[in-house]
Design a protein around this ligand. Structure first.
Ligand code: FA5
Ligand code: MG
Length: 384
């Protein structure tokens, strides 16, 4: 494909939906706001809530199973082979599209999950490991979704015979039970023995059976991890005799755990450089976050007719690119199809709020104005 040259004057970002759809520049969608997060490594900073949770989970595993290896320094730039192909994610899976994933080029992405490291680590001979890192996804905007977050993946490979002492018949069943036991153990160690949790059946292309674990939090069930028994095809591809070996794998969302443990109400706070936030946490301590402010929110609506090649994630991304962490939520408030033209109209409510200061009306108006300008130009929507 050919790339078009784009004008960069500091304000105009790479043209998002517009450029891809019309000039097939699909594989260059990493915005400056995303780029500046790479290498910040907040998950490695002592006394940062994400680091506190990471350390807790690692220590919990190592206490009872000291042979677990711990990895936390793989760069988030990985190949599509690592992130997708090795994990049997089909070519037409939605998560592969540039509407959901940040691409450097056709074959290189920002990892969308730390599962991207599963196969090369198993190939290197590791049988039990934890791997933590920052992961990137184009996604919606609210208190629990942020385009950069942190995951810890875990893998453990078992051998025929391991199930004997447990009285379980098959190795597969044994592995499934060990998986659930180990994960319930971690979650209860962190949230307390009496925390309300539940298992749901899930689907992942790389595990079978697959599950997700939810924890009750702020009057909602919150999903904290996905997991399952590694598909035998994957173990076979890494050189294992699958009549002898079965493995489990899981991926935990560290922000989700940290939000619950420390009662942190908004996922944007993890990126705060404000000492009123950072000074509240110490490794090894379970302190509750004391909100130092709740500055007033200000919402603005925007309505537009969507062109046929439109997707919501590009709109969310554009709002993030304009307003950064000043945007708290973007919610769709109305949607309808014109009976004659069949065109779809959408109305979104953008809620602006800073975590550490009051926003002036002028500032919010200015942000909204830039959003309107850019949305019309770059996503080719017709403002109403
Ligand atoms: C995965 O990413 C799988 N790779 C997990 C897995 C690994 C399954 C190994 C089986 C074997 P999922 O997209 O559900 O699955 O993400 C895993 C966890 O990351 C979620 O349970 C949630 O806790 C967290 N998470 C997902 N999206 C976000 C987001 N936008 N912001 C914050 N946390 C998120
Ligand atoms: Mg999930």
């Amino acid at each position: 494909f050919t790339k078009i040259n784009r004008v960069h004057n500091g304000l105009t970002r790479p043209l998002l939906g517009f450029s891809w759809r019309n000039y097939s520049v699909k594989y260059d969608n990493i915005t400056p706001k995303i780029n500046e997060k790479i290498g910040r490594n907040i998950f490695l900073k002592p006394n940062h809530p994400i680091n506190i949770i990471k350390t807790l989970v690692e220590q919990h595993f190592l206490k009872s199973q000291p042979d677990f290896k711990v990895f936390d320094s793989f760069h988030p730039k990985v190949s599509t082979k690592q992130n997708f192909d090795d994990l049997l994610i089909p070519l037409d899976h939605v998560s592969r599209g540039p509407s959901d994933t940040y691409y450097y080029d056709e074959n290189t992405v920002l990892r969308t999950h730390t599962t991207a490291h599963q196969v090369h680590l198993i190939k290197d001979g590791h049988k039990a490991f934890l791997v933590t890192g920052d992961v990137y996804r184009r996604d919606e905007i609210d208190a629990t979704h942020y385009p950069v977050f942190h995951q810890m993946d875990g893998v453990k490979v078992f051998k025929q015979g391991d199930q004997k002492d447990s009285g379980t018949e098959t190795l597969e069943k044994h592995v499934e039970l060990e998986l659930k036991k180990d994960l319930e153990g971690v979650v209860r160690a962190i949230f307390g023995a009496d925390s309300q949790i539940r298992w749901n059946v899930e689907y992942f292309p790389f595990t079978d059976p697959s599950f997700e674990l939810e924890v009750y939090f702020n009057d909602h069930w919150m999903e904290v991890l996905g997991c399952g028994v590694i598909r035998s095809e994957i173990l076979k591809n890494t050189g294992y005799d699958t009549s002898e070996y079965v493995g489990y794998a899981f991926g935990i969302g560290l922000e989700r755990l940290a939000m619950k443990v420390f009662e942190i109400p908004d996922i944007r706070l993890f990126w705060s450089q404000d000492n009123r936030f950072l000074s509240q946490f110490k490794n090894g301590e379970f302190t509750k976050f004391k909100s130092y402010s709740k500055y007033p929110a200000c919402y603005k609506d925007i309505s537009f007719w969507t062109p046929s090649e439109y997707n919501d994630n590009s709109f969310y991304e554009l709002v993030r690119d304009v307003a950064g962490d000043l945007v708290e939520t973007v919610k769709i408030v109305d949607e309808f199809k014109h009976p004659k033209t069949q065109r779809v109209s959408k109305c979104f409510r953008i809620n602006y709020r800073s975590m550490d200061r009051s926003l002036s009306n002028e500032e919010v108006d200015q942000l909204q104005w830039v959003v309107r300008e850019r949305v019309a130009k770059e996503l080719m929507v017709e403002l109403r």
